[in-house]
Design a protein around this ligand. Structure first.
Ligand code: GLY
Length: 296
C-alpha cells in the first residue's frame, strides 16, 4: 500500500504547506485473527490514530509523535509504558527512542524503570549533549528531571510472566509528517518478555527508530533480528542512495523474509507516501493521510 496524494501549495514562493500524514503501530507478530483481542487492539489503534491526527493538524510532527506514543504507552494492551512485559528477573525495563529527521538527531532510553512515559525521557535527552542513557542511570536521570515513580505493571502481564507466556503484540511506534514537511519517528517498548535482565532491544537503536528529511521509520518485532538487518537506518540509507520508499522497504525485507526473520516496520516519506511491511504474519498498524484512514 502506498499513498502519495500530497497537496503542496507554495504561497508567494515563501511558504509551503502540505497535508499532514500519520502512521502508528502496535506491534508485529502472530495474528490472532479470530480473537476478540485483535479487534480490541485495532479499535484502540484507530482511536489513538484519530486523536493523534487531530493533534498533528494543530501542532507539529514532534509534538504529535510524543502525543501518540504517550497514548500508546498509556494503553495497557500494548507492550510499552503501562502494560510492558517483565524481564526474566520479574522486573519491567522499558526502552524508547525519538528521532527528529530535520535535525537528524536521535535520542533514547534503554532499560529505564518505573516511569509512565519513557518517550518523554527520550524527548528530554534530545536536547542534551549525550542523548542515549541506559539502565539505572536512565532512571536516575528521569528522577532528577522530576519524573515520578510509576508502576507499569498490570495483572495480565504479571500472569504472562508467572506462566512464562509470551504475548503476541509488542512495541509501539508513531511516524508523522507535518504541514511544514518535517518528519519525526518515535518508538517505545517493554521488550519481548522473559529476556535476560538488561537485554537491549532494537527500539532505542537506529535499527528500531530512524528519521531523516526524507523518511521516518519505526520497527517492531524481534529486536535481535531487526538489529541484524539494521532495518530502519537501512531503509533510510537506501533512500539516500536514490531508492523510493517502496523499493527501499521491499529490498530491506527481502533477505530477512528468506531467512525467516520476524519483524516489520511503518514508514512515511517526504512526499507523503505511507508504507508498512512485515515478514511476520501480522503487524497492527493504522494510517491517516488527511482524507482517508485505515486500520489493519
Ligand atoms: N522490538 C522490541 C524488542 O525486541 O524488544
Amino acid at each position: 500500500m502506498s499513498k502519495s496524494s500530497v497537496k503542496l501549495w507554495v504561497l508567494n514562493g515563501m511558504e509551503a504547506s502540505m497535508t499532514p500524514k500519520l502512521i502508528i503501530h502496535g506491534g508485529a507478530g502472530a495474528l490472532e485473527n479470530t480473537s476478540e483481542r485483535a479487534d480490541t487492539i485495532r479499535a484502540a489503534l484507530k482511536d489513538i490514530l484519530v486523536e493523534t491526527y487531530e493533534f498533528l493538524k494543530q501542532t507539529d510532527a514532534m509534538q504529535a509523535v510524543l502525543h501518540g506514543v504517550r497514548l500508546l504507552e498509556d494503553e495497557p494492551m500494548f507492550n510499552a509504558g503501562k502494560g510492558s512485559r517483565y524481564q526474566a528477573d520479574g522486573t519491567i525495563r522499558m526502552s524508547a527512542a525519538l528521532m527528529d529527521g530535520t535535525a537528524r538527531r536521535f535520542s533514547g532510553v534503554i532499560n529505564i524503570q518505573a516511569v509512565q512515559h519513557p518517550i518523554d525521557v527520550a524527548a528530554l535527552l534530545l536536547k542534551e549533549e549525550h542523548r542515549v542513557l541506559a539502565g539505572a542511570q536512565a532512571t536516575e536521570y528521569a528522577r532528577a528531571k522530576g519524573f515520578e515513580a510509576f508502576d507499569p505493571g498490570t495483572p495480565y502481564r504479571l500472569q504472562e510472566h508467572q506462566n512464562s507466556v509470551k504475548g503476541k503484540t509488542g512495541t509501539v511506534g508513531v511516524v508523522a509528517l507535518d504541514s511544514k514537511g518535517a518528519i519525526v519517528a518515535g518508538t517505545s517498548t517493554g521488550g519481548v518478555g522473559g529476556e535476560i535482565p538488561g537485554r537491549v532491544s532494537d527500539s532505542a537503536t537506529v535499527a528500531g527508530n530512524y528519521a531523516t528529511t526524507q523518511v521516518g521509520i519505526s520497527s517492531t518485532g524481534i529486536g535481535e533480528e531487526i538489529v541484524d538487518y539494521a532495518l530502519a537506518a537501512g531503509i533510510a540509507a537506501r533512500m539516500e542512495d536514490g531508492m523510493s520508499l517502496n523499493a527501499a522497504g521491499t529490498k530491506s525485507l527481502a533477505a530477512a523474509k528468506a531467512a525467516g526473520c520476524s519483524f516489520g516496520f511503518i514508514a512515511l516519506d517526504e512526499s507523503g507516501a505511507i508504507l508498512a511491511d512485515k515478514t511476520t504474519e501480522s503487524i497492527f498498524y493504522a494510517w491517516h493521510d488527511g482524507q482517508t484512514q485505515e486500520t489493519f
